[in-house]
Design a protein around this ligand. Structure first.
Ligand code: IYR
Length: 220
């Protein structure tokens, strides 16, 4: 059955408004940094809910919305997750990651220790839904990695927009997250993001982003 189609309009902007808004938005997102040191200051749950609703506006393959965002503030669960993440990370930093990989990470100061999982008031664990069950039948979702990657980008932007910080933490392998959070078999852990305020003395590495001419090729 085709969907009913409805008219779509957006508020039309003048050229000046477009220029101003696109510049302001870029400058705002350019202030985002991945932060590894968190304060335990609480956040209004409604703010977090708005952030997750924003991620849920992402486009997805055949509009299947193949995502579940698990919002964890329970201290016991956060401790369990930290403990299990550190077990994997200790193995990764100890032997699983190549020497070159560790060399590439060294300037960023990452280690197997993940205190932010317990300290940040919330962690969001994003799960991708590889299939759904419809009338008892398994139906695969489409472009799941692309869809969920886009949703996570929007999530990260929404966190920054709300004056909060996050970090894309990728413990590997991540299957412990599905076990601890008791997720169904159609879901696979994709990303873990602490959400909070930066610690008072938080620092970030002095790194710079590619300039436009380094990241964009123009074909006229
Ligand atoms: N998954 C590890 C290691 C790590 C890997 C990359 I590539 C990074 O940019 C940062 C960390 C971790 O989350 O620490």
């Amino acid at each position: 059955m085709p969907h009913k189609f409805i008219p779509y309009t957006q508020k039309e902007l003048t050229n000046e408004e477009q220029l101003e808004k696109s510049k302001t938005f870029y400058e705002q997102l350019d202030e985002r940094r991945s932060v590894r040191e968190y304060s335990d200051r609480d956040i209004d749950i409604e703010v977090i809910e708005n952030i997750i609703k924003t991620a849920g506006t992402a486009p997805s393959g055949a509009h299947k919305q193949p995502w579940t965002f698990c919002l964890v503030s329970n201290p016991e669960l956060k401790s369990k997750i930290r403990e299990a993440a550190e077990v994997e990370e200790k193995k990764s930093y100890g032997s699983r990651m190549s020497e070159r990989w560790k060399e590439d990470l060294a300037p960023l100061g990452t280690t197997w220790e993940k205190p932010f999982i317990e300290i940040a008031p919330y962690i969001i664990v994003v799960f991708k839904r590889v299939h759904e069950t419809v009338d008892g039948e398994k139906r695969n979702n489409y472009y799941v990695n692309e869809s969920i990657g886009i949703a996570c980008g929007m999530l990260i932007s929404a966190i920054h927009n709300a004056g909060l910080v996050t970090l894309t933490h990728t413990p590997s392998p991540m299957n412990f997250l599905g076990k601890i959070l008791n997720r169904p078999e159609n879901e696979r852990a994709y990303l873990l993001l602490p959400v909070g305020h930066p610690a008072k003395n938080a620092e970030v590495p002095d790194i710079h982003r590619k300039k436009l001419n380094e990241l964009c090729v123009v074909y006229k």
